[in-house]
Design a protein around this ligand. Structure first.
Ligand SMILES: [Zn+2]
Ligand SMILES: [Zn+2]
Length: 249
């Protein structure tokens, strides 16, 4: 499978990753990633970037080292209604938003509470991706989650790092097996993310790809294979394409 997109990556700025934005972009370019996204953690995660970090992305060139660059955020879901930890005006300036549950920002709740948190955040127009919905500490009703993702036109992530044996998110494999079966039933597309916290892991989708291959998950439901497949989900890509069109031969 040709895989050219990685939108889930972190930089030095978030306090627990180890490379600069420019090192991450260069690593992506070297590995043949055609579309790279930086998605540092929102302010609620201890040691991460403040609101201002996310409000000044206009200074970052969106074409670097020969590849396209998007500047987003891995927003923290902070309650069971699906609220997130950036102001709406700041969210509106992002190229894209991933929304995830992390223990320091939202205590794990019941199945109904966790599911409700995801349902709430799916109504947020600045969130396009649900990050690692695989964490055994946050049990969810996958039938409700996947059907809602299809209905609200949001991408569910298959997070390669969650499948690492040392991941703090336990039981991801079993949860993905449930989720992916339902993705086929509801025709809900997924996006593979590396969740790289160092340049060595940029574009490292090995574990996710192995799982998808093992179960014969249909390639047409994986958006990583072509930027065109991602455009309907990420308005910033569509806007840029339309803006660029008059200059194209
Ligand atoms: Zn995360
Ligand atoms: Zn992450």
């Amino acid at each position: 499978m040709y895989d050219l997109i990685d939108l889930h990556t972190h930089t030095l700025a978030c306090g627990h990753a180890y490379n600069t934005l420019y090192e991450m972009i260069r690593a992506a370019a070297c590995k043949g990633i055609g579309l790279f996204g930086s998605s540092d953690h929102g302010p609620c995660l201890p040691g991460s970037c403040g609101e201002l970090y996310f409000s000044n992305f206009k200074v970052i060139p969106r074409q670097q080292s020969g590849i396209r660059v998007l500047m987003g955020c891995e927003l923290n879901i902070i309650d069971y209604e699906g609220s997130v930890d950036l102001k709406e005006t700041t969210q509106s300036r992002l190229d894209y938003g991933i929304a995830s549950l992390h223990v320091p920002c939202c205590a794990p709740g019941s199945v109904a509470e966790n599911t409700n948190a995801y349902l709430g955040v799916m109504k947020n127009p600045y969130v396009q991706i649900i990050g690692h919905p695989d964490d055994g500490r946050y049990p969810v009703d996958y039938d409700t989650l996947v059907s809602a993702a299809a209905q609200h036109h949001k991408l569910l992530e298959v997070n390669s790092s969650s499948l690492h044996p040392l991941s703090s998110r336990k039981g991801a494999r079993e949860r993905y097996l449930d989720m992916l079966g339902l993705c086929v039933r509801y025709q809900a597309p997924i996006i593979i993310g590396s969740d790289a916290h160092c340049e060595a892991d940029v574009g490292n989708h090995q574990r996710a790809l192995a799982l998808l291959e093992e179960i014969g998950f249909p390639q047409d439901l994986i958006v990583n294979t072509h930027v065109e497949k991602l455009i309907p989900y990420i308005p910033a890509l569509k806007d840029r394409k339309e803006n660029e069109e008059p200059n194209q031969p």
